[in-house]
Design a protein around this ligand. Sequence first.
Ligand SMILES: [Zn+2]
Length: 702
Amino acid sequence: MDKSNENNQKQEQKTPANKTPRARKPNPYRQNNKPNPNKKASPKQEVNGNVKEKEGEKDRKPNPNNPHKKPNPNNRANTNKANPHKKPNPNAKTNQNRSNNRSNKPHGGGNRNKRKNVTTVNDAMRASMEENARVKDATMNPWKQIDISAQAKIRFTPLGGLGEIGGNMAVLETETTAIIIDVGMSFPDETMHGVDILVPDFSYLHTLKDKKVFVIITHGHEDHIGAMPYLFKELKFPIYATPLALAMIENKFNEHGLKADTKYFNFVTLRKQYQIGDLKIEWMHNTHSIIDACSLAIETEAGTIIHTADFKVDHTPVDNYTMDLHRYAYYGARGVLCLFSDSTNSHNPGFTKSEKVVGKTFDTLFNLAKGRVIMSTFSSNVHRIFQAMERAVTHGRKICVIGRSMERNIETNRALGFVDIPDKHFIEVHEVPKYADHEILVVTTGSQGETMAALNRMATDEHRHIKLKPSDTVIISASAIPGNEASVSGLMNKLIKAGVTVRYKEFADIHVSGHAAQEEQKLILRLIQPKFFLPVHGEYNHIAKHAKTAVECGVDERNILLMSDGDQIELSTKYLKKVKTVKSGKTYIDNQNNMTIENDVVLDRQKLAEDGIINVVAQISQSNQKIIGKPVITTHGLVAEKELKKFQKDIELLIETLLLNMKPEALKNHKDIENDIRNTIRKHVIRTKKRYPLIIPTIFIV
Ligand SMILES: [Zn+2]
């Protein structure tokens, strides 16, 4: 009996989202490939187990086609057990040919004769088929090797990166160990005034005190390491990552005055297992839009967990180091308890194109360019930048790198040997005028239309060194990250106004994604064929789509959970369930001073921006419950200048009426009066203007 089925039934009761699991079409991988008794045999279904069963009875009679064959006494008792001593019957095929030949003869009709004409399934063939069915079942369900008597429980808590794109952070825990997988930042929306970046709420991490805690980094993208300095200002743990990711974290630590914290660094080597607390972790090389990106294989007492992290399956990456699919296959074949996989592009059918196709586009664009080429992309996409630089070298162009993050990333990647281009090809920005226009490639930041970035400053003629000319070609080798569409469009407007040739989306392969599309997601699902599946990295619609793809690839839908940030999932060999919700959210950061902005400050800014402000300053006489003199009423962002007088009069009347109706003892506390005045004004403004301004009364009682 399939024990996992039993477990799934138990789980079913705990998971109300799956109300009618039994009504689903049966999953062939859960059935142990047992014959279907409802299925009718037909001459074409010789390989169907049902025919096999019937023919089996017949076969106990001597087989006229194979007189050497003896009936197999094990035949019925052991449908699924293979006879290891049995060899395939070399005559089987000949028999089949013979019967096919005979069936062409128009000899006499009864059922009995017809049956003779179909392939005779003999014992050897049956044994082979049974063994193949068993092997196929084992191949398609390698997780059945997991020892389900293991009592260990794993908890997984995403604290960022679900219900959003970016800001990835999650905690995986055993009884004694906790690993924080990635510590990423994300970007604010347009309502978060003055906020530059968002970092995940670290509250939950403070509760892990009793465990051994480690930080595990998959790759160096901002949405995976960007919040590291903010974490280390609160809590410090040993960090494990590949060299480039750690070098990028080091740059951040230096910027934030955390130089000493590089002592927490542990450089990992690929294809090696690290004992981290009571977990064994291997970093597996993958392909993504940054060098040195990895997936994780985490061995726990409950079984192996594979976390793809961000990936695509690029068979022709720029550095020729493809994703380590062999390690995926290795772990998959041994049986994986749970797979976490990147859902960013789960709506995209097919395969994501190889990074190399961008190089081909660059060939075309460099051939077309008459003057300077100015190329902008994400500063972390070093393979993209490298491909542009290679073209510059072939076309005899000097390379000038502009923009703080771009300069720093190129420097780091050159130091690590990832960008192998000699010094003589690089020039400083002040040297650009020394060369003819067709001898220049500028590589710069600002592909997202960031106002402070070099490209935007060039477009608005504010850049100290680079003044755009109509002969310039500007290549924007990126797509707008969701939320940045308007600023990218704004940048395009400025560049086109400046008269340059802009190369953007009209060349389809000017940019390719770094994330897996459906066929790549399927490849990983099939290589791992896990018992449980947790789609990660993406908004709800992305993970829901990825879950559908997983079901198509044989994962039981009852073994998939769609998570949100703050959900805590418990995972054992037998079940997967949500156990509680922990505090999650975002902390606002002002990049000018690298400081936190409190929530109420951001809320006030939102109010001010959307609904304006009303200030009331008044002196009140306690004896006659009247305003002394005239109150000072000012307002911004709410009423037009020409309506101001009337508005002030209305407010004044409201306050007067309120005061006269108050009980004398209520007039003792100025805070209470301020509250009453605030409420009265609020009601009036909602009624007359449908707005919710910030209202600040200041009352003096005389
Ligand atoms: Zn990434």
